[in-house]
Design a protein around this ligand. Sequence first.
Ligand code: GLP
Length: 262
Amino acid sequence: MRVIIKDNLEDCSVWTASYIAYRIKQAKPTAKNPFVLGLPTGSTPLGVYKELIYMCKNKKVSFEHVVTFNMDEYVGIEPNNPQSYHYFMYHNFFNHIDINQKNIHILNGMTKDYAKECENYEQSILTYGGIDLFLGGVGSDGHIAFNEPFSSLSSRTRIKTLAPSTIKDNSRFFNNDIKNVPTQALTVGVGTIMDAKEVIIMASGNNKADAIYQAVEGSINQKWTITAMQNHPHGIIVCDKSAASKLSSEAIEYFNSIENPK
Ligand code: GLP
Protein backbone atom coordinates (compact mmCIF):
# COMPACT_ATOMS: atom_id res chain seq x y z
CA MET A 1 0.00 0.00 0.00
CA ARG A 2 1.09 3.57 -0.65
CA VAL A 3 -0.18 6.34 1.61
CA ILE A 4 0.21 9.82 0.17
CA ILE A 5 -0.30 12.52 2.78
CA LYS A 6 -0.86 16.06 1.49
CA ASP A 7 -1.46 19.35 3.29
CA ASN A 8 -5.05 19.75 2.10
CA LEU A 9 -7.77 18.34 -0.15
CA GLU A 10 -6.77 20.56 -3.06
CA ASP A 11 -3.28 19.05 -3.13
CA CYS A 12 -4.80 15.54 -2.86
CA SER A 13 -7.04 16.34 -5.84
CA VAL A 14 -4.21 17.63 -8.02
CA TRP A 15 -2.07 14.58 -7.21
CA THR A 16 -4.91 12.13 -7.90
CA ALA A 17 -6.03 13.78 -11.15
CA SER A 18 -2.45 13.86 -12.45
CA TYR A 19 -2.02 10.20 -11.54
CA ILE A 20 -5.23 9.17 -13.32
CA ALA A 21 -4.25 11.18 -16.42
CA TYR A 22 -0.78 9.58 -16.35
CA ARG A 23 -2.27 6.08 -16.15
CA ILE A 24 -4.68 6.75 -19.02
CA LYS A 25 -1.90 8.13 -21.25
CA GLN A 26 0.49 5.34 -20.31
CA ALA A 27 -2.11 2.72 -21.35
CA LYS A 28 -2.42 4.32 -24.85
CA PRO A 29 -6.10 3.30 -24.98
CA THR A 30 -7.90 2.63 -28.26
CA ALA A 31 -11.55 1.93 -29.16
CA LYS A 32 -10.76 -1.78 -29.11
CA ASN A 33 -8.65 -1.65 -25.97
CA PRO A 34 -10.04 1.13 -23.78
CA PHE A 35 -8.87 2.20 -20.33
CA VAL A 36 -11.45 1.13 -17.72
CA LEU A 37 -11.94 3.58 -14.87
CA GLY A 38 -14.08 3.06 -11.75
CA LEU A 39 -15.53 6.28 -10.33
CA PRO A 40 -17.11 7.55 -7.11
CA THR A 41 -19.48 10.33 -6.09
CA GLY A 42 -19.32 12.37 -2.88
CA SER A 43 -17.78 15.71 -2.03
CA THR A 44 -14.21 14.36 -1.80
CA PRO A 45 -13.62 13.61 -5.54
CA LEU A 46 -15.11 16.93 -6.77
CA GLY A 47 -11.67 18.57 -7.03
CA VAL A 48 -10.34 15.59 -9.01
CA TYR A 49 -13.19 15.96 -11.50
CA LYS A 50 -12.54 19.72 -11.82
CA GLU A 51 -8.85 19.11 -12.43
CA LEU A 52 -9.49 16.35 -15.01
CA ILE A 53 -11.98 18.59 -16.83
CA TYR A 54 -9.34 21.32 -16.95
CA MET A 55 -6.73 18.87 -18.26
CA CYS A 56 -9.15 17.53 -20.87
CA LYS A 57 -10.08 21.02 -22.11
CA ASN A 58 -6.35 21.79 -22.40
CA LYS A 59 -5.74 18.56 -24.34
CA LYS A 60 -3.56 17.12 -21.57
CA VAL A 61 -5.75 14.01 -21.37
CA SER A 62 -8.56 12.51 -23.44
CA PHE A 63 -11.44 10.30 -22.32
CA GLU A 64 -12.32 9.27 -25.88
CA HIS A 65 -11.21 5.72 -25.22
CA VAL A 66 -12.02 5.56 -21.53
CA VAL A 67 -14.86 3.36 -20.25
CA THR A 68 -16.28 4.22 -16.84
CA PHE A 69 -18.15 2.24 -14.19
CA ASN A 70 -19.60 4.14 -11.27
CA MET A 71 -19.58 2.65 -7.81
CA ASP A 72 -23.17 3.01 -6.77
CA GLU A 73 -26.62 4.58 -7.09
CA TYR A 74 -29.54 5.14 -4.73
CA VAL A 75 -32.59 2.92 -5.18
CA GLY A 76 -35.78 4.68 -6.27
CA ILE A 77 -34.28 8.02 -7.36
CA GLU A 78 -34.78 9.06 -10.99
CA PRO A 79 -31.57 9.81 -12.96
CA ASN A 80 -32.70 13.42 -13.52
CA ASN A 81 -33.17 14.02 -9.79
CA PRO A 82 -30.29 16.28 -8.61
CA GLN A 83 -29.71 13.93 -5.66
CA SER A 84 -29.12 10.92 -7.92
CA TYR A 85 -25.59 9.80 -8.61
CA HIS A 86 -26.43 9.85 -12.35
CA TYR A 87 -27.12 13.56 -12.11
CA PHE A 88 -24.02 14.13 -9.98
CA MET A 89 -21.74 12.43 -12.51
CA TYR A 90 -23.10 14.17 -15.61
CA HIS A 91 -23.29 17.54 -13.89
CA ASN A 92 -19.83 17.41 -12.29
CA PHE A 93 -17.87 15.43 -14.87
CA PHE A 94 -19.27 13.67 -17.93
CA ASN A 95 -20.94 16.75 -19.49
CA HIS A 96 -17.58 18.53 -19.55
CA ILE A 97 -15.22 15.92 -21.02
CA ASP A 98 -14.82 14.18 -24.39
CA ILE A 99 -16.20 10.83 -23.20
CA ASN A 100 -18.38 8.72 -25.47
CA GLN A 101 -21.88 8.28 -23.96
CA LYS A 102 -21.88 4.56 -24.68
CA ASN A 103 -18.77 4.15 -22.52
CA ILE A 104 -20.51 5.42 -19.35
CA HIS A 105 -21.92 2.82 -16.95
CA ILE A 106 -23.96 3.67 -13.86
CA LEU A 107 -26.18 1.24 -11.97
CA ASN A 108 -29.90 1.80 -12.58
CA GLY A 109 -31.55 2.40 -9.21
CA MET A 110 -34.98 2.48 -10.91
CA THR A 111 -34.76 -1.08 -12.23
CA LYS A 112 -37.50 -3.55 -11.43
CA ASP A 113 -35.01 -6.41 -11.22
CA TYR A 114 -32.13 -5.52 -8.87
CA ALA A 115 -30.47 -8.93 -9.04
CA LYS A 116 -30.37 -8.87 -12.87
CA GLU A 117 -29.14 -5.28 -12.97
CA CYS A 118 -26.29 -6.12 -10.57
CA GLU A 119 -25.39 -9.34 -12.36
CA ASN A 120 -25.31 -7.55 -15.73
CA TYR A 121 -23.05 -4.86 -14.24
CA GLU A 122 -20.52 -7.45 -13.08
CA GLN A 123 -20.71 -9.13 -16.50
CA SER A 124 -20.21 -5.85 -18.29
CA ILE A 125 -17.07 -5.11 -16.23
CA LEU A 126 -15.75 -8.54 -17.20
CA THR A 127 -16.38 -8.01 -20.91
CA TYR A 128 -13.98 -5.06 -20.74
CA GLY A 129 -11.37 -7.25 -19.06
CA GLY A 130 -11.89 -5.75 -15.58
CA ILE A 131 -11.30 -2.31 -14.14
CA ASP A 132 -7.83 -0.80 -14.58
CA LEU A 133 -8.11 1.83 -11.88
CA PHE A 134 -10.89 2.25 -9.31
CA LEU A 135 -11.07 5.65 -7.60
CA GLY A 136 -13.10 5.85 -4.40
CA GLY A 137 -13.86 7.90 -1.34
CA VAL A 138 -14.61 6.60 2.14
CA GLY A 139 -17.42 7.15 4.62
CA SER A 140 -16.70 8.22 8.21
CA ASP A 141 -17.54 4.64 9.27
CA GLY A 142 -14.98 3.25 6.78
CA HIS A 143 -17.41 2.19 4.04
CA ILE A 144 -16.27 2.15 0.43
CA ALA A 145 -18.93 2.63 -2.29
CA PHE A 146 -22.02 1.60 -0.27
CA ASN A 147 -20.35 -1.39 1.35
CA GLU A 148 -21.57 -0.57 4.79
CA PRO A 149 -19.99 -1.81 8.03
CA PHE A 150 -20.31 -5.61 8.27
CA SER A 151 -20.47 -6.11 4.47
CA SER A 152 -18.61 -9.17 3.26
CA LEU A 153 -15.12 -8.33 2.03
CA SER A 154 -15.71 -10.62 -0.96
CA SER A 155 -19.09 -9.05 -1.84
CA ARG A 156 -20.11 -8.39 -5.46
CA THR A 157 -22.52 -5.84 -6.96
CA ARG A 158 -25.86 -6.00 -5.14
CA ILE A 159 -28.62 -4.10 -3.36
CA LYS A 160 -27.64 -2.84 0.10
CA THR A 161 -29.56 -1.32 2.99
CA LEU A 162 -27.80 1.84 4.13
CA ALA A 163 -26.38 2.03 7.65
CA PRO A 164 -27.79 4.68 10.03
CA SER A 165 -24.35 6.39 10.05
CA THR A 166 -24.42 6.73 6.23
CA ILE A 167 -28.00 8.00 6.21
CA LYS A 168 -27.00 10.61 8.83
CA ASP A 169 -23.83 11.63 6.91
CA ASN A 170 -25.62 11.83 3.55
CA SER A 171 -28.62 13.78 4.89
CA ARG A 172 -26.53 16.93 4.14
CA PHE A 173 -27.45 16.35 0.46
CA PHE A 174 -31.17 15.90 1.33
CA ASN A 175 -32.07 19.17 3.10
CA ASN A 176 -30.42 17.87 6.28
CA ASP A 177 -33.40 15.59 6.87
CA ILE A 178 -32.70 11.89 7.36
CA LYS A 179 -36.29 11.11 6.35
CA ASN A 180 -35.46 12.23 2.79
CA VAL A 181 -32.44 9.94 2.38
CA PRO A 182 -33.09 6.70 0.45
CA THR A 183 -32.65 3.64 2.64
CA GLN A 184 -31.22 1.38 -0.08
CA ALA A 185 -28.67 1.56 -2.88
CA LEU A 186 -27.18 -0.59 -5.59
CA THR A 187 -23.44 -0.84 -5.12
CA VAL A 188 -20.40 -2.63 -6.44
CA GLY A 189 -19.02 -5.03 -3.82
CA VAL A 190 -15.78 -4.86 -1.90
CA GLY A 191 -14.66 -7.80 -4.05
CA THR A 192 -15.59 -5.91 -7.22
CA ILE A 193 -13.44 -2.95 -6.17
CA MET A 194 -10.55 -5.12 -5.02
CA ASP A 195 -10.50 -6.94 -8.39
CA ALA A 196 -9.41 -3.68 -10.05
CA LYS A 197 -5.76 -3.65 -11.06
CA GLU A 198 -5.23 -0.52 -9.01
CA VAL A 199 -7.37 1.19 -6.32
CA ILE A 200 -7.06 4.76 -5.06
CA ILE A 201 -9.07 5.82 -2.01
CA MET A 202 -9.19 9.53 -1.14
CA ALA A 203 -10.01 10.96 2.28
CA SER A 204 -10.16 14.46 3.68
CA GLY A 205 -10.99 15.91 7.09
CA ASN A 206 -10.98 14.88 10.74
CA ASN A 207 -14.19 12.85 10.36
CA LYS A 208 -12.27 10.40 8.14
CA ALA A 209 -9.34 9.98 10.57
CA ASP A 210 -10.70 6.81 12.22
CA ALA A 211 -11.34 5.22 8.82
CA ILE A 212 -7.79 6.00 7.64
CA TYR A 213 -6.31 4.72 10.89
CA GLN A 214 -8.25 1.44 10.46
CA ALA A 215 -7.28 1.18 6.79
CA VAL A 216 -3.57 1.52 7.51
CA GLU A 217 -3.06 0.21 11.04
CA GLY A 218 -6.20 -1.75 11.96
CA SER A 219 -6.71 -5.42 11.24
CA ILE A 220 -8.62 -6.49 8.15
CA ASN A 221 -12.28 -6.77 9.16
CA GLN A 222 -15.75 -6.39 7.73
CA LYS A 223 -16.74 -3.61 10.16
CA TRP A 224 -14.36 -1.21 8.38
CA THR A 225 -14.68 -2.34 4.77
CA ILE A 226 -11.86 0.01 3.72
CA THR A 227 -9.44 -2.36 5.52
CA ALA A 228 -9.73 -4.69 2.49
CA MET A 229 -7.22 -2.29 0.92
CA GLN A 230 -4.49 -4.02 2.93
CA ASN A 231 -4.92 -7.11 0.76
CA HIS A 232 -4.72 -5.20 -2.52
CA PRO A 233 -1.35 -5.45 -4.30
CA HIS A 234 -1.65 -1.91 -5.72
CA GLY A 235 -3.67 0.15 -3.26
CA ILE A 236 -3.06 3.87 -2.77
CA ILE A 237 -4.59 6.05 -0.06
CA VAL A 238 -4.42 9.77 -0.77
CA CYS A 239 -5.38 11.83 2.26
CA ASP A 240 -4.90 15.22 3.81
CA LYS A 241 -3.19 15.81 7.15
CA SER A 242 -6.51 15.94 9.02
CA ALA A 243 -7.58 12.54 7.71
CA ALA A 244 -4.10 11.19 8.56
CA SER A 245 -4.16 12.71 12.07
CA LYS A 246 -4.75 9.39 13.88
CA LEU A 247 -1.93 7.52 12.15
CA SER A 248 1.05 6.64 14.36
CA SER A 249 4.29 8.55 13.90
CA GLU A 250 5.94 5.31 12.67
CA ALA A 251 3.35 4.94 9.91
CA ILE A 252 3.63 8.59 8.85
CA GLU A 253 7.43 8.44 8.85
CA TYR A 254 7.46 5.20 6.85
CA PHE A 255 5.00 6.28 4.16
CA ASN A 256 6.53 9.75 3.85
CA SER A 257 9.99 8.23 3.42
CA ILE A 258 8.71 6.10 0.53
CA GLU A 259 7.17 9.09 -1.25
CA ASN A 260 10.13 11.42 -0.55
CA PRO A 261 13.28 9.29 -0.56
CA LYS A 262 16.46 11.05 0.60
C1 GLP B 1 -21.29 7.97 -0.05
C2 GLP B 1 -20.75 7.24 -1.26
C3 GLP B 1 -19.30 6.82 -1.06
C4 GLP B 1 -18.48 8.03 -0.60
C5 GLP B 1 -19.04 8.54 0.69
C6 GLP B 1 -18.23 9.70 1.27
O1 GLP B 1 -21.65 7.12 0.98
N1 GLP B 1 -21.52 6.07 -1.56
O2 GLP B 1 -18.79 6.31 -2.28
O3 GLP B 1 -17.13 7.65 -0.46
O4 GLP B 1 -20.37 8.97 0.45
O5 GLP B 1 -18.62 10.92 0.70
P1 GLP B 1 -17.86 12.28 0.92
O6 GLP B 1 -16.72 12.26 -0.03
O7 GLP B 1 -18.87 13.32 0.56
O8 GLP B 1 -17.44 12.35 2.34
